[in-house]
Design a protein around this ligand. Structure first.
Ligand SMILES: [Zn+2]
Length: 250
């Protein structure tokens, strides 16, 4: 079920990990679909709802090459599904369908991966709707990028600034520093509406709060201090936290 979060932006949220899909809708019904998710049945429902509203998917964007952010369906049209060059390369190098089947068994996954690399140094998506600026936001996954809609003050963040997941770090040297720089970069943007990849949509004040909470989490993680972070109450998030605490030599 689509929920309108800004005049030209709609979101659906899966009960699984509160994973979001975002639609940016132009006046003529052309849609930019960001990170459509989650199950094959969810994607068929989303395609039907778009059609039922008289809209059409004109372009798509994947924020990063984790399997739950590079999904597609035969029920959706064959449009470019852009990703940064690094993200597209990473998704091509991994068996994402296998990871999907492992993480969320019992589905016949239609399309996982297969994104189209944006031309290098692309700063805005070339589509006819509201301006969509590609903001490189490394730290969580290779080639991770958020979309900022400057005319709408909307940030489609990808796996950042979540109220249900702590910062989950990419498996690379320097990921913590990358992540801190990403948080600073996002804090400079004008954001009235934040759509995280997992969790609840936020207003400007809540977005600022999440930036602070994520900085604190990273400070505690690197200092070897147990974070006082409500998100660690979820056993799945707790397990990810323990794994990355060990990885940082705690
Ligand atoms: Zn992710």
């Amino acid at each position: 079920m689509l929920e309108q979060v800004a005049p030209r932006v709609w979101v659906t949220t899966s009960p699984t990990w509160l994973t979001t899909s975002t639609l940016v809708v132009d006046d003529d019904g052309a849609c930019l679909l960001v990170d459509p998710t989650l199950t094959p049945a969810d994607l068929v429902s989303l395609a039907a709802e778009v059609h039922g509203r008289g809209w059409h998917v004109a372009a798509a964007f994947s924020t990063h090459p984790h399997w739950d952010h590079v999904l597609w369906s035969d029920a959706l049209p064959d449009v470019p599904r852009w990703a940064t060059p690094a993200a597209a390369a990473a998704s091509a190098a991994t068996d994402l369908a296998d990871l999907a089947a492992t993480d969320l068994p019992g589905h016949r996954w239609d399309v996982v991966g297969g994104t189209t690399p944006l031309p290098p140094d692309t700063t805005e998506l070339q589509w006819t709707g509201p301006r969509a600026v590609v903001v490189p936001t490394p730290g969580h996954a290779p080639g991770h990028a958020s979309l900022h809609l400057p005319d709408d003050a909307v940030l489609v963040a990808g796996d950042l600034l979540s109220d249900v997941e702590v910062p989950l770090l990419d498996d690379t040297d320097g990921a913590v520093d990358d992540y801190r720089r990403t948080l600073k970069r996002l804090a400079e943007l004008e954001v009235d509406v934040l759509v995280p990849g997992h969790g609840r949509v936020a207003d400007a004040a809540e977005t600022r709060r999440r930036v602070g909470t994520d900085h604190r989490y990273l400070d505690d993680l690197t200092a070897g201090v147990e974070p006082l972070d409500a998100r660690l109450g979820d056993p799945r998030v707790r397990a990810e936290h323990e794994r990355q605490a060990v990885g940082l030599g705690r």
